[in-house]
Write a protein that binds this ligand. Sequence first.
Ligand code: ADP
Ligand code: ASP
Ligand code: MG
Length: 420
Amino acid sequence: MRIFKFGGASVKDAEGVRNLLDILRLTGHDDTLVVVSAMGKTTNALEVVITNYFNNKKELKSSLQDVRKYHNAILLDLFDSENALNTHPVYKIVSSHFDELDNFFEHNRSPDYNFVYDQVVGFGELVSTSIVSAYLEQEGIPNNWVDVREFIKTDSYYRHARVDWERTQELISTGIDTNKLNIVQGFLGSDHNNFTTTLGREGSDYTAAIFAYALNAGEVTIWKDVPGVLSADPRFFENAQLINQISYREAIELAFYGASVIHPKTLQPLQRKEIPLYVRSFIKPSNEGTRVGKGIKIKPEIPCYIVKKDQVLIALSSLDFSYIMEDNISYIFKLLSDYKMKVDVIQNSAIGFSVCVDDLYNNMEALLLQLKAKFKVDCFKNVSLYTIRHYTDEAIKNIEQNKSVLLKQLTQETVQIVTK
Ligand code: ADP
Ligand code: ASP
Ligand code: MG
């Protein structure tokens, strides 16, 4: 069994869907399950829809229309609509997804942003998989469209739902017919009330790993717009080089520090069952890409750079020059957790404690208010956090050049530098 995952960039237009077909023809599609994300930037567009629903109702309709139009153009490109009636059944299927979404907005009474978010963004994947499935069928590749919400069960922590592994494992291993080519939505699950949940932004890689785990797959391939895992994100660094192979451990570290090419939750289930992960280019599908596996040494052994922009550095010291001790630190962490801050780096000294965080839920002002009651607080917004794995003096120099360094922390393999 083999799991393929195609992300948003790979199916951003009709050409992308055709390319997906070409890849399946190239690699074969027996014993394969295909996970697909929302097309292009659909999830972002649906986030705009949700913002409009809560804050700008007069734009709601037109933002929904934008999402429909985008998919309609792809449909028109892929499926015959000669007689102007758009007779291919996929038009009806896609249209009914969007009608259901309209219906949700009409009837929803929940003021819970996170709940609404999951009910809405999920349509991106429902629509993309419907299009891909119908297109493959049309081109002579029979397949089975799967509603992933019947298989991945989660808690109700909307937007970052946690998988109920036992239930999910059972549902997948007993309910998925592996003799067929299955087309599955990434990113989605459902809770015990069968409401849609999502696994966190970019969570479709994780979906591939969940299926691989439950089906004891032989391998997972995630098809990307880059040649594989590179020594840096090519959007921010010149001369990024392909890493041919790395261990799970190394990939987990890279993903943890923010190398967004692999969703951080993807690796652990694969590692547990020693299922190799391949990261390959959908643009050059015959190239090998990167292999992630057990205990393999990073090759080539070069510094790997990761940057997280738009972070916040909070420097705390006690108001009365007393030491910052365990009780203070546990109080600070309780607040960070209550306000859902994602902690990147911490550093403490006798009377100071610094923490660099990602304010994913826009809770910074509320957090600062609480902290200021107990500590002297300096806050630096919009800072960048650079992490270098396997650093060299030269690599550090490269990063520090022309920037002011606010915090720096070295361990044997990793250096982290917060800059303004
Ligand atoms: P998907 O289409 O599956 O959602 P993503 O856009 O999430 O794919 O991931 C691919 C992107 O990850 C690349 O376009 C690249 O900009 C970014 N990226 C970040 N770090 C790395 C890295 N170390 N190696 C390769 N790509 C990286
Ligand atoms: N469509 C979702 C997102 O953009 C999930 C994914 O692409 O992995 O976050
Ligand atoms: Mg993505």
